[in-house]
Design a protein around this ligand. Structure first.
Ligand code: NAD
Ligand code: FE2
Length: 389
């Protein structure tokens, strides 16, 4: 029997899940009793007609929208400052993020500064946000980051080339909406990247030193759903069943890692993203098999559970051999959806090697690798970066 430590769960006050769950937005917003929202989103959401759809639902609730329409992918500190200025000058009293992780994380970071002041880098790390944020509605349009349910925001520090991880229970959105209908338009490459991001959240949470029974249940369910549905969502974006299952998995994985932490993959991948500006999901994906091959011996029982959830045949295998199957299954999943190697991302080898020591250092400082089942230090991380090339 496992020994479990005492644990906490933080989650949104209201979580709306399912096809067309967006239609409940007006009635939920009315309950907040607020008047003017800063609506944080990106150009693709406008072009797809999603901004207009959501704006109309807000209008039905008697709420005016001030739209911040051009959030960049992998949001930066300067985007947050710009957004805060608009929030204050327009006298907004709550926030909404519509999009993938980038607009939602931007809305969260604006919320931190709106009620706590200072600069966003003041909050890097854990539990530094003293005051509650304004009410925050997070509407996910990718099945990936889970940011719509998590207590994290990730913002690039443009001076130091670091992706800052900011974690605090105040950051969890008030209302979260996971409506898979939005994801039907996600192109295959983004479907692959975001789907593997969600897979990493689940696999890291399940094997984290901070895992607990509530997060384990969510994480293993997410692993099974992603293994059964990501290939189909990638091959045929109109497959609503696969899209719905992927959205469910991303939400489960988000709740799992928000309360059990990510580990080595995310610790290492944020550093690749900060320097080489690779999409978040891809920078995780290129590390996933290398991580599994390195880590499985530290917790073979849990890796064997993952292999089982991924549909591997484990008949007659020892626990250790079953655990190794998880590594093989992850490698195959990445191959099936055409995840490249780091080299395949077009990164220059000399440039990559030049930054390896900095990346290994920044990864350790972020704290995430400290939750990995197998202990690591900067030297080990350097070797793993080289192996992932
Ligand atoms: N806060 C958290 O808990 C958390 C967790 C993991 C990652 N993140 C962060 O989230 C960011 C990445 O988020 P992401 O992977 O969702 O990518 P993203 O938000 O940057 O979106 C990627 C691309 O997909 C497009 N897109 C989004 N939804 C679409 C749709 N329905 N149809 C068509 N195109 C669509 C976007 O416009 C963009 O071009 C990174 O900055 C990462 O660090 C945050
Ligand atoms: Fe992630």
């Amino acid at each position: 029997m496992y020994f479990y430590r005492n644990a906490e769960m933080h989650m949104p006050q209201t979580l709306l899940f399912g096809q067309n769950s967006i239609n409940a937005l007006s009635s939920e917003v009315k309950k907040l009793g607020k008047k003017k929202v800063l609506f944080v989103t990106d150009k693709v959401m406008q072009q797809a007609g999603y901004v207009e759809k959501v704006r109309k639902l807000l209008e039905e609730a008697g709420v005016d929208s001030v739209i911040l329409p051009d959030v960049s992918g992998e949001p930066r500190d300067i985007d947050v400052e710009k957004g805060l200025k608009v929030y204050k000058e327009s006298n907004c009293d709550f926030l909404l993020g519509l999009g993938g992780g980038s607009p939602i994380d931007t809305a969260k970071a604006i919320g931190i500064l709106a009620t706590n002041g200072g600069k966003i880098s003041d909050y890097m790390g854990a539990d530094k946000v003293k005051n509650p944020l304004p009410p925050l509605i997070a509407i996910a349009t990718t099945a990936g980051t889970g940011s719509e349910v998590t207590k994290f925001t990730i913002i690039a520090d443009t001076k130091n080339d670091v992706k800052m991880l900011i974690g605090d229970s105040h950051i969890v959105p008030t209302i979260s909406i996971s409506d898979p209908m939005f994801t039907l338009s996600v192109p295959p490459k983004t479907t692959a990247a975001t789907g593997i991001d969600a897979f990493c959240h689940a696999a890291e949470a399940y094997t984290s030193k901070k895992s607990q029974p509530l997060t384990d249940t969510l994480a293993i369910s997410a692993i099974k759903l992603i293994s059964e549905n990501l290939r189909q969502a990638w091959c045929n974006g109109n497959n609503l069943e696969a899209r719905t299952n992927m959205m469910l998995a991303a939400t489960q994985a988000g709740l799992a890692f928000s309360n059990a932490s990510v580990t080595l993959i995310h610790g290492m991948s944020r550093c690749i993203g900060a320097i080489f500006h690779v999409p978040h999901g891809i920078s995780n994906a290129v590390l996933l098999p290398v991580w599994a091959e390195f880590t499985y011996i530290a917790n073979p029982e849990k890796f064997a559970d993952i292999a089982f959830a991924m549909g591997e045949n484990l008949d007659g295998l020892s626990t250790l051999d079953a655990a190794y199957k998880a590594y093989e299954a992850m490698k195959r999943l990445c191959k099936d959806i055409e995840i490249p190697s780091i080299e395949g991302l077009g990164i220059n080898k000399d440039e990559f090697e030049k930054y390896i020591s900095k990346m290994a250092h920044d990864a350790i400082v972020s704290g995430s690798p400290g939750n990995n089942a197998r202990n690591v230090n900067e030297e080990t991380i350097i070797e793993l970066y080289k192996k992932a090339w």
